[in-house]
Design a binder for this molecule. Structure first.
Ligand SMILES: [Zn+2]
Length: 440
């Protein structure tokens, strides 16, 4: 054994380890050794028993997977879960969601909603999430307290909101937040231009300049519906994706969320520029927005991540559900049961998400040198037995309640389904309080 394997802070033994790299590998009776929050080795059980460690966790019947990456959401909107359902995108936004946010969005709303969302996400194995919402500074503080990992996509809009008066203020607040978060290693800040129909081209051009100069990610709702694309073509003669490419906003830092209504030319543009797609199958289905052609994107070499979107359009923040839906939707859409197999869905929810966020050097797989963001899934229950293939059970038979333990950078945030950094009783009491405020 090499010297770096002889001491650790924590060694986790699991019946199966799904490292994601190499793809499709299933390591039976292996262990992960962790030091200073990072993975130092992945090795067979017997060899791991020789490691001198402060703590040893044995997980028979469990699969250990990389922490799941929810690459698109609006965490504070969990307080609007079930507030307005069964409506198309624009009436849903314009007549229900935006007025409710105008009336209630405040730092208190954001803190309580984000706490609820984070509790739900940790309980279902999500360790990293991307969040686009007002008051991202409040989410930043809460993320740090709770120990999660987060990309804050600070919103940019043409019009005033509870977070700012217009583009100048949004951009300056985003840059200030970036400075504040520079030394917080579990946080990164991205520009979050809301959508092509809410952010004008001159503002997008400014963001393109800043993003290139500062090497900042850009996270944007794009081609969410065919109507969005058609309206843009009628108004400008150009598809939104073509506009972004022309002004230099489409590249390896760009995270394009939704991406329905894609033609061959759009898919080629994404592949040529290295832009990422964040697929939100449940939100797209619930709002009948359209279907993202995931199979064709993957075949073209485009990286695809998974996101839940906000709880107001899903209505949960559960990536097990999202993997399951992504796989089934692709099969139905392609009329091909071999489309988007389970391993591909798991890849999208881990390494695909990490790549989209530019964090794949730190997270997304179980490999030496990466952060110990790990999720232990109990596969001994009736819904996951008998077990022929752990990947199949995780994608097609788990609902998140099988997640028993979650570590982020080696810190256990979920211990036997108990949250260790968030007060669940208080969080739920605050959610009930808001229900009375929003719909008295
Ligand atoms: Zn969204």
């Amino acid at each position: 054994m090499s010297p770096e394997n002889t001491a650790a802070e924590l060694v986790i033994h699991a019946e199966w380890i799904l490292p994601l790299e190499p793809a499709d590998a299933v390591l039976a009776d292996h262990a992960v050794a962790i030091r200073d929050g990072d993975i130092v080795s992945v090795l067979p059980r017997q060899e791991a028993l020789a490691i001198d460690t402060d703590e040893r966790v044995d997980l028979p019947g469990h699969a250990l997977i990389p922490g799941l990456v929810n690459a698109h959401g609006h965490a504070p909107m969990s307080l609007l879960r079930g507030f307005a359902d069964d409506l198309p995108l624009m009436p849903w936004l314009e007549e229900h969601i935006w007025p409710a946010e105008q009336a209630h969005a405040s730092d208190e709303f954001v803190r309580d909603g984000a706490a609820l969302a984070m509790a739900e996400m940790i309980l279902a194995g999500t360790t990293t999430f991307s969040d686009m919402y007002y008051f991202p500074n409040v989410v930043a503080d809460l993320v740090q307290e709770a120990g999660m990992r987060c990309q804050l996509a600070a919103p940019v809009l043409d019009f005033p909101s509870p977070w700012g008066s217009g583009p100048d203020e949004y951009i300056s607040k985003c840059l200030a937040l970036r400075d504040e978060c520079r030394n917080r290693d579990r946080l990164q800040v991205a520009f979050g231009p809301h959508a092509p129909y809410t952010v004008s081209e001159p503002v997008l051009e400014r963001l393109a300049t800043y993003a290139a100069e500062l090497d900042m990610p850009v996270h944007m709702h794009l081609h969410e519906t065919a109507a969005e694309v058609l309206n843009a073509v009628e108004a400008t003669g150009e598809r939104p994706l073509d506009t972004l490419r022309r002004i230099g906003l489409l590249g390896p830092r760009t995270q394009c969320v939704h991406m329905t209504d894609l033609g061959a030319q759009d898919i080629a543009a994404l592949a040529e520029t290295g832009a990422h797609v964040v697929h939100c199958p449940q939100s797209n289905m619930k709002l009948a927005s359209g279907t993202c052609p995931v199979t064709r994107l993957l075949e073209a070499g485009v990286n695809v991540a998974l996101g839940t979107d906000g709880a107001a359009s899903n209505n949960d923040l559960n990536l097990f559900d999202e993997m399951h839906t992504a796989a089934l939707l692709a099969k139905l859409h392609d009329d091909d049961p071999s489309a988007l197999p389970a391993a591909t869905a798991l890849h999208m929810a881990t390494l695909g998400g990490a790549r989209a966020l530019g964090l794949d050097h730190r997270i997304g797989s179980i490999a030496p040198g990466k952060a110990a963001d790990l999720v232990a899934v109990d596969l001994t229950g009736p819904s996951t037995q008998p077990l022929y293939n752990p990947v199949s059970q995780i994608v097609y038979a788990c609902n998140g309640s099988q997640v028993n333990h979650v570590w982020i950078a080696g810190q256990r945030l979920l211990h036997d389904r108990r949250l260790t950094t968030l007060d669940l009783t208080d969080t739920l009491a605050r959610a009930r309080h808001w229900r009375g405020v929003i719909a008295p």
